[in-house]
Design a protein around this ligand. Structure first.
Ligand SMILES: Cc1ncc(COP(=O)(O)O)c(C=O)c1O
Length: 407
């Protein structure tokens, strides 16, 4: 290769190219697929390396809980994909969320969150943070203008998901950012705006471009995309990610190199998969909306969705995601019968895979919640959450029709 060839700036490339190549654009020899550096520790040339490490030289690798080249390659690609300075890969989405939150909060601090959250996140806020003296308050997504009043000088984080799990509510990101910046001016304090972007993914919506400070995401879902790995991402400024990395080192939620390899492989088809899931979900949602055995369909791409206009504005990447929630006739018994009658879609609790997955929120993401909490989260017993895969659409439609016919 002539040395004069100048590589393009990776930040200027399209989302699929960034997901596939990351920063590996300069002509260089080596394997096309990234090597798995499956080691816990690293040989030092001699003890001068240890001295350099102790002095903070990032070029000296010592231990895979701190740094690993396969994990590092995934992190570099994720940062480019999400358009943040840095990204950090964790062992799971919950490891990412908990470490990110704990890296910026301490005893006496507060978090303000929207109430409809993934159950694990909500239970972490409810059951763990109060023991550390960290209180969470909840602001309704239709009352975001109350953020300045509901925050104080103790508020460190404004946290949200959109679309929400499993009710697929839309939080207006720009309105949330505007109200939070007004709160900062009122209290004279910086507040970190942290978005869980698991459902939309950066293909459909980039919270950073809409003014948020940082992203968390369960890489177990669409980023991984094949129901075969666990992972979590924190992405944001170099300063914020450095703090999250310190917490990763203390709490130990580091990603395994093999999981990082699987994730890198998955990123090559990330955009393709998400676009297919977007279009199949829209078609399936429109079909289900007309079905007499379905009470209602929640999908932000349908004009009947109460926040469709906001969704169109902020999910500007080409689609509304692959998640649909329906309520079937017959309450929880109807939901169980529907799930048990499916044969293409798989009855399984996760989401974002190539296979269509269904689950009943009151038995999965929202288990162990009181009737009052379920009501606040908008979860009903007859709800079924559908994570649309990449199978043939006609087969999926025939499968749900057969199962609904059995009700
Ligand atoms: C929106 C959302 N965030 C975070 C998580 C947690 O991710 P993980 O299961 O990888 O820990 C989930 C899991 O379902 C989720 O749905």
């Amino acid at each position: 290769m002539p040395k004069t060839r100048k590589p393009p700036d990776p930040r200027r490339l399209g989302v699929a190219t960034r997901a596939i190549h990351g920063a590996r654009l300069f002509p260089q020899r080596g394997p096309v697929a990234p090597p798995i550096v499956q080691t816990s520790t690293y040989r030092l040339a001699d003890s001068r390396d240890a001295v350099r490490y102790a002095a903070g030289d990032p070029g000296v690798l010592v231990y895979s809980r701190y740094h690993n080249p396969t994990v590092g390659e995934a992190e570099e690609r994720l940062a480019l994909l999400m358009r943040t300075e840095k990204a950090l890969l964790f062992s799971s989405g919950m490891a990412a969320i908990s470490s990110a939150i704990l890296s910026v909060t301490g005893s006496g601090d507060e978090i303000l969150s929207t109430p409809a959250l993934y159950g694990g996140t909500y239970r972490f806020f409810r059951d763990v943070l109060p023991r550390l003296g960290i209180r969470t308050r909840y602001v309704r997504p239709d009352r975001l203008e109350e953020i300045p009043r509901m925050t104080s000088r103790r508020t460190r984080v404004v946290y949200f998901e959109t679309p929400t799990n499993p009710t697929l509510d839309i939080v207006d990101i720009q309105a949330l950012v505007r109200a939070t910046r007004a709160a900062e001016r009122k209290h004279g304090k910086r507040i970190l705006i942290l978005a869980d972007n698991t459902f939309a993914t950066v293909i459909n919506q980039n919270p950073i471009a809409l003014g948020a400070d940082a992203i968390t995401e369960s890489a177990t879902k669409y980023l991984g995309g094949h129901s075969d790995l666990l992972g979590g991402v924190v992405a944001g400024s170099a300063h914020f990610v450095r703090g999250a990395h310190t917490m990763l080192k203390y709490l130990g939620g580091c990603a395994d190199p093999f999981a990082a390899f699987l994730l890198l492989r998955s990123l090559n088809t990330f955009e393709l998969r998400v676009h297919r899931q977007n279009s199949s979900a829209l078609a399936l949602a429109a079909h289900l909306e007309k079905h007499p055995k379905v009470n209602f369909v929640l999908y932000p791409g349908l004009p009947s969705h109460p926040h469709h206009v906001v969704a169109c504005r902020q999910m500007s990447g080409g689609g509304f995601g692959g998640m649909i929630t329906i309520e079937v006739k017959g309450g929880v018994r109807g939901a169980v019968r529907f799930c048990d009658a499916l044969s293409v879609a798989v009855n399984a609790m996760s989401l974002g895979g190539t296979e269509t997955l269904v689950s009943i929120p009151v038995y999965s993401s929202h288990v162990n919640m009181t009737a009052g909490e379920l009501k606040r989260h908008g979860v009903t017993p007859g709800m079924v959450r559908i994570s649309v895969g990449v199978e043939d659409l006609e087969d999926l439609i025939a499968d749900v029709d057969r199962a609904l016919g059995s009700l």
